[in-house]
Ligand binder design. Structure first.
Ligand code: DX5
Ligand code: ZN
Length: 223
């Protein structure tokens, strides 16, 4: 088990899209560690969100790390655009391109931290041979594309297996969970070994962002 402090990355997908800058500032002020930005192309996933222009505009509003989750295929032609827009971490799905190793090399070559995202049906084997290029592994606990879905308990053993793999590697790799994370499901993710929790609805759907973030971390009177 990692003794690391649990970091919370609110997903802006559940924010008020007419007030994105204000929403980004509000979660940063409420104690968010990273801002999770879901990029969807209507092709790799059946939904469209926003692109690098919006990420760049948000950069003016908040200083916490931008955690960019690319749900686009191909991803390679857009990596530089997201790096220039202000991403700090860029995560890709192995299914989004033919050469995951090269994609991770490109992200790191742009001076950014690189992540690999595992869909619910994707095995840990998809990442085990590129651990040396990983700064983050993201376990999807829903099928990507939409916020507000129910957490898939079937992904907990995968989180535990990745925790073992990361600890054995001796590398500092964040283990992130995304989808259906709430104050009720967060403790299961943390117990399995996750150290970064993405939450959209559980933060932006709450009346008090700071209380919601503290509850996800297991602090401050949350469930
Ligand atoms: C889904 C996205 C998630 C989503 C999570 O494809 O990757 O980041 O915003 O939303 P909640 O927390 O509402 O499940
Ligand atoms: Zn996401």
């Amino acid at each position: 088990m990692s003794p690391a402090r649990i970091r919370i990355a609110p997903s802006l997908l559940a924010a008020d899209f007419a007030r994105l800058g204000e929403e980004a500032r509000a979660v940063a002020a409420a104690g968010a560690d990273w801002l999770h930005l879901d990029i969807m192309d209507g092709h790799f996933v059946p939904n469209i969100s926003y692109g690098p222009v919006v990420v760049a505009a948000l950069r003016q509003h908040c200083a916490i790390p931008f955690d960019v989750h690319l749900m686009i295929a191909p991803a390679d032609p857009y990596l530089e655009g997201f790096a220039k827009a202000g991403a700090d971490l860029i995560s890709v799905h192995p299914e989004a391109g033919p050469h995951l190793h090269r994609t991770l090399q490109t992200i790191r070559g742009l001076g950014k931290r690189a992540g690999v995202v595992l869909n619910p049906a994707t095995s840990v084997a998809a990442v085990e041979n590129v651990l040396d290029l990983c700064d983050l592994i993201l376990v999807m606990s829903v099928n990507p594309g939409f916020g507000g879905q129910s957490f898939l308990d079937s992904q907990l053993p995968k989180i535990a297996a990745l925790r073992r793999m990361i600890d054995q590697s001796g590398r500092e790799i964040a283990l992130q969970v995304d989808g259906g994370v709430t104050a009720a499901t967060a403790p299961r993710c943390i117990a399995a070994g996750a150290d970064v929790l993405v939450a959209g609805t559980a933060v932006f759907g709450a009346p008090d962002y700071a209380a919601a973030i503290a509850a996800l971390r297991g602090e401050g009177g949350g469930r």
